[in-house]
Design a protein. Structure first.
Length: 324
């Protein structure tokens, strides 16, 4: 033991509109962070320059002076082994782009890359809500549904690196077509846009019941979104509660499949929609055994994620937490 603390990690979260960067201590505490705009269209190099501009700014800070590793949450599909970003829909400028190789060449430090849900799952396991659990299933529920699986402290990637696409598990084969091309995925049925669609349909059928949400939307039915459903629910609106309760029923059926498939010892949910649905977590836990063959399903806790909006930064850092 030298008494010298290990170097912090630079966590990078790349999205379609922003690059968030943070310096993360080895105990998971975010010491400093910032963000810059992302260039999603145009050339591959312009997008890369946007990422390095954000990284450079953080490396020039006092907290970022001793960085020896960089972990990156990048949009998928990607290859976590090679660090190549394959063909992300929200970053059309990158096709088979060797992001890890280019970052490593520029900064001469260890670099690891994975998708956001996998990385966030690892951060929650190392430092967050799932700390101390061995078999972790993580879901981020927002505009879409992304999931990650952690077994014994390691992300489960599967044979090709594409495991963990739990948001595209079908629970209604006659359901609407998801953006992935399949029918009835949980994402198309229970993510934020689906909540807004369900609310608008109910209001259109019975306008008088939707007065609270319509008022929040300035009287415009098309402006009723999942966020407004959440606001109306917080004021006690019965229709908003009905919409969210139906969403919870769908998620419970889906989680029952996950439990029977994986037998995790904890379920963790993050993202804006998950936070909105957290008052229903007790209901999900109580109903889950009815959707499981597993006779001990009632022993599996459902927890709200710790990192919330900082999941990408913490997730990127978690990828390198074993790297000196």
């Amino acid at each position: 033991m030298t008494g010298i603390p290990e170097a912090p990690i630079l966590g990078v979260d790349i999205g379609g509109t922003k690059v968030a960067v943070g310096v993360v201590a080895r105990d998971g505490k975010i010491l400093a962070q910032g963000r810059r705009p992302m260039v999603a269209t145009g050339t591959a190099e312009a997008a890369f320059d946007a990422v390095t501009t954000a990284i450079d700014a953080m490396l020039q800070s006092k907290e970022g002076a001793n960085i020896q590793s960089i972990g990156i949450c990048a949009p998928g599909p990607l290859d976590p082994e090679t660090g190549v970003v394959l063909n992300p829909p929200n970053l059309p400028c990158w096709r088979n782009f060797p992001l890890a190789e280019k970052i490593k060449a520029r900064y001469s430090v260890a670099v690891k890359i994975d998708n956001d849900a996998n990385a966030a799952a690892l951060a929650e396991t190392r430092w967050g809500a799932a700390r101390g659990f061995r078999f972790v299933f993580y879901a981020t529920v927002g505009t879409g549904i992304g999931t990650g699986i952690v077994f014994n402290g390691s992300i489960y990637h599967g044979k090709t690196g594409s495991a963990g696409e739990g948001g595209h598990v079908t629970i209604d084969y006659r359901g609407p077509v998801c953006g992935c091309g399949k029918r009835g995925c949980i994402e198309i049925l229970a993510a934020g846009p689906a909540i807004g669609t369900r609310a608008r349909s109910k209001i259109a059928a019975e306008p008088s019941r939707g007065s609270e949400m319509l008022d929040l939307a300035g009287g415009k039915l098309d402006s009723v979104t999942s966020e407004l459903v959440g606001k109306a629910f917080s004021t006690g609106d019965p229709l908003a509660r009905e919409v969210l309760a139906e969403t919870v029923d769908l998620l419970t059926a889906w989680l029952g499949n996950i439990v029977d498939l994986l037998d995790p010892d904890v379920l963790v949910m993050g993202g804006g929609v998950a936070a909105m649905l957290s008052p229903f977590f007790d209901d999900i836990e109580q109903k889950l055994p009815n959707w499981c063959v597993n006779p001990r399903a009632s022993e599996i806790p459902l927890l709200l994620a710790y990192y919330k909006a900082d999941a990408g930064i913490a997730g990127g850092a978690a990828l390198c937490a074993g790297t000196s």
